[in-house]
Design a protein around this ligand. Structure first.
Ligand code: NAD
Length: 297
């Protein structure tokens, strides 16, 4: 019988991931500050619970939360609740699958280790679609033995699982991946806007890029699926992507090395966030670009 699992953060990614665990036979105790999210989780067979109950009943707790500030707060609560719990040392795990700030992850991992809890960073890539199908890419940092112990749970979410090294490594690579992705979708938005203003069918331009060196996840998937259809419903918000770019920027600023490109990309996404609707999807960066590249050729 599988040990029960705790799941904190039942949003766009958390719900389908928790659902996968439930479908594979795990009992999942879940918490979200949003009542609707808890109801949706219950309708999938999960057990909505407060944090103390989750700490009491489970020895692996997964976090799928918006940012490090919230993650830090929730981890602090879990650690405080764990001190009073009877449990075996080194038999309790926190998997932070959110996209978090690596230095905070390292600090959290040290605090957790002091009381015998292993914190692994295990952020994901692949978006809501692959969270639903269980085909996420997972990048892991932290103690390798703890990682091996948690592999069966991680394999529920995807088969491309990479162990990258010490605590924070997974979060670092995740932020860099999204920095690249942010560059790709911004550059593709400009390219498609320019070609459309010239009178070229955007579909045709995308097909050319996909058979040429300009291709990327944005040309192959995001543009055909969410931009050219004007649905803009990838399930990944522009603000969360801006946060990921900022992780790369902050790391570079810590050493005084922030490059022109990372500053420009980060500033552009923040300007887009101010100008687009609240909770805009990240694919709506195309709408922002369309507002500043307007002239026909
Ligand atoms: P989301 O905003 O849809 O979900 C986050 C959930 O956390 C919300 O339901 C919110 O109510 C809940 N929450 C906030 N504060 C809380 C707290 N203190 N306690 C409990 N619950 C709390 O975000 P998402 O799109 O599911 O993303 C979650 C994480 O995964 C983020 O770090 C994001 O960067 C990352 N991520 C998202 C995607 C994607 O495509 N959406 C892909 C890869 C990684």
């Amino acid at each position: 019988m599988n040990e029960p699992i705790g799941f904190v953060g039942l949003g766009n990614m958390g719900i389908p991931m928790a659902k996968l665990l439930i479908s594979k036979g795990w009992t999942v105790y879940g918490f979200d500050i949003n009542e609707e999210a808890c109801q949706s989780f219950a309708s999938q067979g999960g057990i909505p619970s407060a944090l103390p109950e989750i700490v009491e009943k489970t020895s692996t707790i997964i976090l799928m939360l918006p940012n490090s500030k919230i993650v830090n707060d929730v981890i602090q609560q879990i650690l405080s609740l764990s001190i009073s719990k009877e449990r075996n040392h080194n038999e309790t795990f926190i998997l932070d699958m959110s996209s978090s700030f690596p230095p905070d992850t390292q600090a959290n991992a040290s605090k957790a280790y002091e009381i015998g809890i292993h914190l692994l960073d295990a952020p994901v890539s692949g978006g809501v679609k692959k969270a639903v199908s269980g085909e996420l890419t997972i990048m892991v940092g932290g103690d390798e033995t703890a990682f091996q112990r948690q592999l069966p749970i991680l394999q529920t979410f995807g088969n491309n699982i990479f162990y990258l090294g010490e605590s924070g490594s997974g979060h670092l690579v995740k932020s860099l991946n999204n920095y690249l992705s942010a560059v790709h979708i911004l550059a593709t938005s400009e390219a498609i806007r320019i070609s459309s203003n010239f009178g070229i069918d955007p579909q045709a331009a995308i097909e050319v890029f996909n058979r040429s060196s300009g291709r990327s996840g944005s040309t192959e998937y995001k543009f055909p699926e969410f931009v050219l259809t004007e649905t803009y419903n990838s399930g990944f918000s522009l603000d969360l992507l801006a946060k990921d770019i900022d992780i790369t920027r902050q790391l570079l600023e810590k050493t005084g090395d922030a490059t022109l490109l990372v500053k420009l990309i980060s500033d552009t996404y923040h300007a887009a966030s101010r100008s687009l609707r609240t909770n805009a999807d990240h694919t709506e960066i195309f709408r922002y670009v369309s507002a500043y590249i307007q002239k026909k050729f």
